[in-house]
Write a protein that binds this ligand. Structure first.
Ligand code: PEP
Ligand code: MN
Length: 357
């Protein structure tokens, strides 16, 4: 039987991780030592991960012949020897079976409740962000979003307010008593942004910007990692692995639609990714139907579908006057539409959360 592994492996040469040897909770120090020397005899390097209830050993080495390690199962004190087959390690359920729950202030992401992240595409001015914060909070949102550095397709369009936007976002979050999230586009901005926000977001255009991923992996802020618009699920998990392998275990995956031949919507929302990720990873998965569809009228049906598919939460763009938004107006909901959507989301989530634990 495969035990749950109540730990995270950190700073071991994970690329070479081939087997995980799970010790019994009652295993002695002597038994552990014997397993370690046996691993070395077989030509592998052992790395002990000391857990609260049991110790676990990662065996690092050559891919070929790794199954000789299976013979360790007969040693005293060993509970299980588990092969690591996936290219992503820390993100995989092979390494950690229980769901990751991320706590930000008073909000849990990946727990029993659906989490709602809402706010404008971009912070535009004080009045806009504060009014939106209060409105989405009243409607039932948990976390406030707002871009200060916008990765725009055209260099001639609004690029965000920068640090001024961060200040306004933080202020709005304090007034509405909500944690805040913003996108980071440049490794050099990371320290500054961390002073103002609770959660960092990596956008679709930077989902394989490995230097940026490593940099946010070195912070202690949870990271929402959006799916690259042309990324496979496997590539997406490898990007998550970049963050995890730097020691930041708090990654939230956000499906936001992918590029396909279909052009009736801005992107194609790949909801099967939610089901696949539930099999593959312990990380929370949320869905952004705003960027996925590109049109306000399609946002709520896809939000309900996302919840039914098992998503842990939603990210929704909301603006006081979508027709006047500096960016992504056509896909933004006004306060009224958002409030009505959230009422229904609650009904769907009651059913989904009790049926798919
Ligand atoms: C955003 O959240 O405003 C954004 C730019 O999203 P994406 O990276 O998914 O396009
Ligand atoms: Mn946007």
């Amino acid at each position: 039987s495969q035990a749950c592994l109540p730990f995270f492996i950190y700073k071991i040469p994970l690329g070479g991780l081939k087997m995980v040897i799970v010790m019994k909770p009652e295993a002695t120090e002597q038994q552990l030592k014997e397993v370690l020397s046996k691993i070395e005899e077989l030509g592998y390097r052992p790395h002990v991960i000391y857990g609260a209830t049991r110790n676990v050993i990662g065996a690092v080495g050559d891919e070929r012949g790794k199954f000789v390690l299976q013979s360790l199962e007969v040693l005293d004190g060993v509970e299980a020897v588990i092969p690591i087959l996936k290219p992503y390690k820390l993100a995989s359920k092979e390494v950690k079976k229980e769901k990751t729950v991320i706590n930000v202030r008073n909000v849990s992401i990946g727990g029993s409740d659906i989490v709602i992240i809402a706010g404008p595409c971009a912070v535009e001015c004080e009045e806009q962000i504060i009014n939106t914060a209060l409105a989405v909070k009243k409607a039932g949102a948990d976390i406030l979003r707002g871009g200060a550095y916008k990765p725009r397709t055209s260099p001639y369009t609004f690029q965000g307010l920068g640090e001024e936007g961060l200040k306004l976002l933080k202020k709005a979050g304090e007034i509405a008593k909500m944690p805040v999230v913003t996108e980071v586009v440049n490794p050099e901005h990371v320290d500054l942004i961390c002073e103002y926000v609770d959660i960092l977001q990596i956008g679709t255009r930077n989902a394989q910007n490995f230097e940026l991923l490593k940099r946010v992996g070195q912070t202690n802020k949870p990271v929402i990692l959006k799916r690259g618009m042309s990324m496979t699920i496997k590539e997406w998990l490898m990007s998550a692995e970049y963050i995890l392998s730097e020691g930041n275990m708090n990654v939230i995956l956000c499906e936001r639609g992918i590029r396909t031949f279909e052009n009736a919507t801005r992107n194609t929302l790949d909801l099967s990714a939610v089901a696949v990720l539930k099999e593959e990873t312990h990380l929370p998965v949320i869905v952004d139907p705003s960027h996925a569809t590109g049109y306000a009228k399609y946002v709520s049906p896809m939000a309900y579908a996302a919840i039914a598919a098992g998503a842990d939460g939603l990210m929704i763009e909301v603006h006081p006057q979508p027709e006047k938004a500096f960016s992504d107006g056509p896909q933004s909901l006004n306060f009224n539409a958002f409030e009505r959507m959230i009422e229904k989301v609650k009904l769907f989530s009651n059913i989904a959360r009790t049926n798919y634990p």
